[in-house]
Write a protein that binds this ligand. Structure first.
Ligand code: KIV
Length: 281
């Protein structure tokens, strides 16, 4: 087994010019598939609220839900760096609760680091978490927990003012001690500049090819989430129709009696058959 990755490895990858791969997982089976495929960072994203739990946004996601899924993912990951996404209001209220909640991701779910959304306004929190020994990944640009304030799910940093703000936020987060920062839905040229300007890795989602790494929601990548597909998602497979076909096949064959057939049943041994006939069971 190759060695377990840590946060310093991610910074080393940036220095070496090796691209970082990051994908989401919410359960042990998917986590093991990602880990086996060599993904560098597995994120227990709060996207689980929409992808798995059927919420309309990530806002309702709770610490209990994140920890429950985080523990499952931990059991499937051996090599990748495991990052837990801090849900809405688990880090904004005060420093003590931010550290307590961040610590729970490490102590209870076995995460290696946490991720939180926001720019300069979360830098003090980042400092507190890092001081407490909790590695932090930042997340700027389109931040889904506060998408309402940003005018919805749309590209951020499209004008000079907001582009400057994002660059300042990236610099501030790096200075506060994050080991990497997710750039979501920002123009590719802005992502290139941010990537050049900071010493820590940028991980892009809808941020073009110049970032140090790329992240997608796994269920989008494999075509298992059908509600909507953002423009930045490349579907490497389209599994939903295959799953539907398989389930349809099961339903049809159970109804027609074709399943279970002999190869999928356990024939009784002849002596048991005789015994049962004797007893008139
Ligand atoms: O929750 C999530 O899945 C995320 C990624 C899309 C970066 O934050």
């Amino acid at each position: 087994m190759s060695t377990k990755l840590n946060v310093a490895d991610m910074v080393a990858k940036k220095v070496a010019g090796d691209k970082i791969t990051m994908l989401t997982a919410y359960d042990a089976s998917f986590a093991a598939l990602l880990d086996g495929a060599g993904v560098d960072i597995v994120l227990v994203g709060d996207s689980l609220g929409m992808v798995l739990l059927g919420y309309d946004s990530t806002v309702p996601v709770t610490m209990a839900e994140m920890l429950h899924h985080g523990k499952a993912v931990r059991r499937g990951v051996k090599r990748a760096l495991l990052v837990g996404d801090m849900p809405f209001l688990s880090y904004q209220v005060d420093m003590a609760s931010a550290i307590r909640n961040g610590g729970r991701f490490m102590k209870e779910a076995g995460c290696d680091a946490v991720k939180l959304e926001g720019g300069l306004e979360v830098c003090d929190t980042v400092r507190g978490l890092v001081r407490a020994g909790i590695p932090v990944m930042g997340h700027i640009g389109l931040t889904p927990q506060t998408a309402g304030q940003l005018g919805g799910f749309k590209v951020q940093g499209n004008d000079l003012d907001s582009a400057r703000k994002l660059l300042t936020a990236a610099r501030g987060l790096a200075e506060a001690g994050v080991f990497a920062v997710v750039l979501e839905c920002v123009p590719d040229e802005l992502a290139r500049i941010i990537t050049q300007e900071i010493a820590i890795p940028t991980i892009g989602i809808g941020a073009g090819p110049h970032c140090d790494g790329q992240v997608l929601v796994t269920h989008d990548l494999v075509g298992l989430f059908e509600k909507f597909v953002p423009r930045f998602v490349k579907q490497y497979a389209n599994l939903a129709p295959l799953v539907k076909e398989a389930i349809g096949g099961f339903v049809d064959e159970v109804r027609s009696g074709a399943f279970p057939d002999a190869p999928h049943s356990f024939p009784a041994r002849p002596d048991l058959r005789e015994l049962m006939q004797d007893k008139d069971v």
